[in-house]
Design a protein around this ligand. Structure first.
Ligand code: NAX
Length: 331
């Protein structure tokens, strides 16, 4: 039998946490043969609710779940974890300045970076979900210098999956037949959902999405804005933000990272930029990546047309500004 993997979920008493922890305990994230021990962290006002989630995990009697740690102590939560999914953060409330929200999250991610750096297992893989996801991940990276930078990522897989979903609906094909969309940049409304290299598996082989859709107006217009604005559309409909899709996408992100992407398929991950595609180095930026043996690699050599270039640059500019704002909160 495999040794259990310890998975940390911060903000575990929240909406996404409530959807995510049962998925992890069922093997959706790490596989149906991989036992897990869940570490759940939240803040003291949520301690009672967190304990309720722990009670439900016990009650669900998940065969793969070998233990549950539910705590408000970051050190206890981080100790020995192999995977850390950072969902906890300070939400933007009505009337709050961007800088005030940033400053709260910088403080959270700075201190949790230290707890992870000192207490997590060697080679711990980190996924930041909480917004501003890219910049929270960057702060975490800065304050956990001994964690390899390749181990710190942020979630744009939900945006990636949303793009697959839109193409699937438009062409009336199963979403599993669509692949290789790309989310470039920030997990925000400046992200660039790109279908220029995406394909659909048909009975006549793989066909480009562009050719099958054959409607540039839609591809350049509503497709992009629907993916960019999907989070807001969910809030409008549900009066709550995306939770099950975010949790499911977080599982996809970790599963593909750990177990590998299928041959010929890439996915989108927010990773530390090395300057690929002339994206400034030193940002956490969403790129197309393939994964093998627990490592991601940015897909190289994709042609970037002029329209795409502008959109890649625009979202990079936003991230550069966010980075400056985050750093201004440190002093
Ligand atoms: P909730 O407000 O339901 O849950 C957040 C939880 O985090 C709460 O239980 C809160 O007590 C806890 N928390 C706050 N500060 C903490 C700290 N310092 N340490 C540990 N826990 C802390 O929000 P939810 O809907 O679950 O969303 C969580 C985060 O995901 C938000 O920041 C949200 O913006 C972000 N999202 C990111 C997405 C992505 O694709 N990257 C998509 C979904 C989601 O919007």
């Amino acid at each position: 039998a495999k040794e259990p993997v310890r998975v940390l979920v911060t903000g575990a008493a929240g909406q996404i946490g409530y959807a995510l922890v049962p998925m992890i305990a069922r093997g959706v994230m790490l596989g149906a043969d991989q036992p897990v021990i869940l570490h759940m962290l939240d803040i003291p006002p949520a301690a009672e609710a967190l304990n309720g989630v722990k009670m439900e995990l016990v009650d669900a009697a998940f065969p793969l779940l070998k233990g549950v740690v539910a705590t408000t102590d970051a050190i206890e939560a981080c100790t020995g974890v192999n995977i850390a999914v950072m969902v906890g953060g300070f939400p933007r409330k009505e009337g709050m300045e961007r800088k005030d929200v940033m400053s709260k999250n910088v403080a959270i991610y700075k201190s949790q970076a230290s707890a992870l750096e000192k207490h997590a297992a060697a080679n711990c893989k980190v996924l930041v979900v909480a917004n501003p996801a890219n910049t929270n991940a960057l702060i975490l990276k800065e304050f956990a210098p001994s964690i390899p930078e390749k181990n710190i990522t942020c979630l744009t897989r939900l945006d990636h999956n949303r793009a697959l979903g839109q193409v699937s609906e438009r062409l009336n094909v199963p979403v599993s037949d669509v692949k290789n969309v790309i989310i470039w940049g920030n997990h925000s409304s400046t992200q660039y959902p790109d279908v220029n290299h995406a394909t659909v598996t048909t009975s006549a082989g793989e066909k480009p999405v562009r050719q099958l859709v054959a409607d540039d107006e839609w591809l350049h217009g509503d497709f992009i804005s629907t993916v960019q604005q999907r989070g807001a559309a969910i809030i409008k409909a549900r009066k709550l933000s995306s939770a099950l899709s975010a949790a499911s996408s977080a599982c996809d992100h970790i599963r593909d990272w750990v177990l590998g992407t299928p041959e010929g398929t890439w996915v989108s991950m927010g990773v530390y930029s090395d300057g690929s595609y002339n994206v400034p180095a030193g940002l956490i930026y969403s790129f197309p990546v393939t994964c093998c043996n627990g490592d991601w690699t940015i897909v190289q050599g994709l042609a970037i047309d002029d329209l795409s270039r502008k959109k890649l640059d625009l979202t990079a500019e936003e991230l550069t500004e966010e980075k400056a704002l985050a750093y201004s909160c440190l002093t």
